[in-house]
Design a protein around this ligand. Structure first.
Ligand SMILES: Nc1nc2c(c(=O)[nH]1)N[C@H]1C(S)=C(S)[C@@H](COP(=O)(O)O)O[C@H]1N2
Ligand SMILES: [Mo]
Length: 423
C-alpha cells in the first residue's frame, strides 16, 4: 500500500471511530416481503404439483451447490502428495461435512479392506496386542467434537505479500468433526504400560509408512482411536478404517489408517519430526515437537471473493475461532485495522478444542475499513497480530502461522487480503 494513502486512511479511520458502528442495536434489518409478491401458494408452479425425484441410498448436496468443493493443491511431481482445502468461506455452523473435510496425504489414499486391517500395540508393554475392527467395535466408545489442523495451515501468511485467495483456500487445512471411537488409554492399559515408556511411535498403513512420535501422556489423556466421523464410518481419505485423533494437536500426529503403536522411551526422530514440522527460529535454532495448535480465528464472511453490495448496509460478520489449548473465551472484532475492538457473540455450545462460531452485526456506510478478528482462549492466550508473530518467530517460518487475518474493505465494497497498515 502507498504510504501517503495509508497515512490519510489511518487518520480518517481514527476520526470515524468505527468501533461505534457495532454499538447497540440502533439499526433495523430489512423486512422481507418477497413471498407476498410471488403470490404463494396460488401460483404454485406445475413442477411442484407432481412428485419429485426418487429416494436415494446415499444423499448428495443439491446440484446448485456444485461450486462448494475442496480445492486440490497436489504436487504433480510426487503423485499422492498434496492437500485439498475445506471451503470455510462456503460453510456455516461449526461441523465440517465429511465430503469437505480437508485432506493431507503424503502418499495417496490406501485401499484398505477393514476385514483384514489390524492395529498392533507393542514395544514397552507387558503383552503386545492386536485389534481388528470387529473387536474394537465391542469396546466402550466416546464421541468428541474437535478440530484437526495441519501444522502447515495458513503458511502463505509467512510470505512478504498477502495472497489473494478465498479464506478456505488459504486457511482451510483445518476442519471440525465429531469423532467417535475407543479412548486410547483403554487399549494401552490393556496391553500394560511399562514404567519407562514415555513415547509412542505411531505408524499408518499408507504407502508413505508415516511414523511419528507422540508423548505417551497425550494418548493417556484425551486421544481417541476413531472409527466414526460425524456419525458414519470414517471416510477413506480421512483414515478408514481407523485413525488417531489427538484433540488440539497438530494434524500430522493424527495418524490415519493407523496400524501400529510402539511404546518407547525416546522419540523416533523420524523425517516428519526433524526435517519437517520443525520451525527455524530467528536465532538459527529450530523448534521441534510443537504439538499444540494455538488460538486462531478468521472472519469467513464477509471475506475475500465476496462483495459488500449495499452501501450503506448492515452485514453479519461471521467467522470461526479455535484453540488447541482449550475453549475459546473471547473473540473481538475491529473494523479499523486494530485501533478499536468490540466483542463478538460466541455461538454456543462453546466446546473444548473445537470450532466456535462468532458473529456480530456491522453497519457499513461505505467507508474504507480493515476487518479483523482476534481470539482468546481459556488459558488467557491471545491470538497475535502478524507483527508480533514475526517478532517472536522470525520471517522464515513455515508452520504454525496463527496471526490475525485482515480484510480490507474499499469504499466500493471490494474485499482484499492485506497485512494491516504498518507491516
Ligand atoms: N498415515 C498417514 N497419516 C496422516 C497423514 C498421512 O499422509 N499418512 N497426513 C497427516 C497430516 S500432515 C495431516 S495434516 C492430517 C490430515 O488429516 P485429514 O486428511 O483427515 O484432514 O493427517 C495426518 N495423518
Ligand atoms: Mo499436516
Amino acid at each position: 500500500m502507498n504510504d501517503v494513502t495509508t497515512q490519510s486512511r489511518r487518520k480518517f479511520l481514527k476520526k470515524a471511530a468505527l468501533g461505534s458502528a457495532f454499538a447497540g442495536g440502533a439499526f433495523s434489518l430489512p423486512v422481507l416481503t418477497h413471498s407476498e409478491e410471488l403470490g404463494f401458494p396460488e401460483n404454485l408452479p406445475e413442477s411442484m404439483r407432481v412428485p419429485g425425484a426418487d429416494f436415494s441410498n446415499y444423499g448428495q448436496p443439491s446440484e446448485h451447490e456444485q461450486g462448494v468443493i475442496r480445492w486440490i493443491s497436489a504436487n504433480p511431481a510426487a503423485p499422492g502428495n498434496g492437500v485439498s482445502w475445506t471451503p470455510l468461506h462456503d460453510l456455516q455452523g461449526t461441523i465440517t461435512p465429511n465430503g469437505l473435510h480437508y485432506e493431507r496425504h503424503h502418499n495417496g489414499v490406501p485401499e484398505i479392506d477393514p476385514a483384514k486391517h489390524i492395529l498392533l500395540i507393542d514395544g514397552m508393554v507387558d503383552k503386545p496386542l492386536s485389534f481388528d475392527v470387529k473387536s474394537l467395535m465391542r469396546y466402550p466408545m466416546v464421541s468428541r467434537t474437535c478440530f484437526i489442523e495441519c501444522g502447515g495451515n495458513s503458511n502463505s501468511g509467512w510470505r512478504s505479500n498477502p495472497i489473494q485467495s478465498k479464506v478456505g483456500y488459504a486457511h482451510g487445512l483445518v476442519s471440525n468433526a465429531e469423532w467417535s471411537g475407543v479412548p486410547l488409554k483403554l487399549l494401552l492399559k490393556e496391553a500394560g504400560i511399562r514404567p519407562d515408556a514415555k513415547w509412542v511411535i505411531a505408524e499408518g498403513a499408507d504407502g508413505s509408512s508415516l511414523n511419528i512420535s507422540i508423548p505417551l501422556e497425550k494418548l493417556l489423556d484425551d486421544a481417541i482411536l476413531a472409527l466414526y466421523q460425524n456419525g458414519e464410518r470414517i471416510r477413506p481419505e480421512n483414515g478408514y478404517p481407523m485413525r488417531l485423533v489427538l484433540p488440539g494437536w497438530e494434524g500430522i500426529l493424527n495418524v490415519k489408517w493407523l496400524r501400529q503403536l510402539r511404546l518407547t522411551d525416546q522419540p523416533a526422530m523420524s523425517r516428519d519430526e526433524t526435517s519437517q514440522y520443525t520451525e527455524l527460529m530467528p536465532d538459527g535454532t529450530a523448534r521441534q515437537f510443537t504439538f499444540i495448535n494455538e488460538a486462531k480465528s478468521l472472519i469467513t464472511s464477509p471475506s475475500l471473493g465476496m462483495m459488500l453490495p449495499d452501501n450503506p448496509g448492515v452485514y453479519q460478520i461471521s467467522g470461526l475461532a479455535w484453540s488447541g489449548r482449550g475453549k475459546i473465551t473471547r473473540v473481538e472484532i475491529s473494523a479499523d485495522g486494530g485501533d478499536t475492538w468490540v466483542d463478538a457473540e460466541l455461538q454456543g455450545p462453546v466446546l473444548d478444542k473445537a470450532f466456535t462460531r462468532f458473529c456480530l452485526p456491522w453497519k457499513w456506510q461505505g467507508e474504507y475499513a480493515i476487518l479483523q478478528s482476534r481470539s482468546t482462549d481459556e488459558t488467557g492466550y491471545v491470538q497475535p497480530d502478524r507483527e508480533t508473530l514475526i517478532k517472536n518467530r522470525g520471517k522464515h517460518g513455515f508452520f504454525h502461522y496463527n496471526a490475525i487475518v485482515s480484510w480490507e474493505i474499499t469504499e466500493e465494497g471490494d474485499i482484499n487480503h492485506v497485512y494491516g497498515y504498518d507491516f
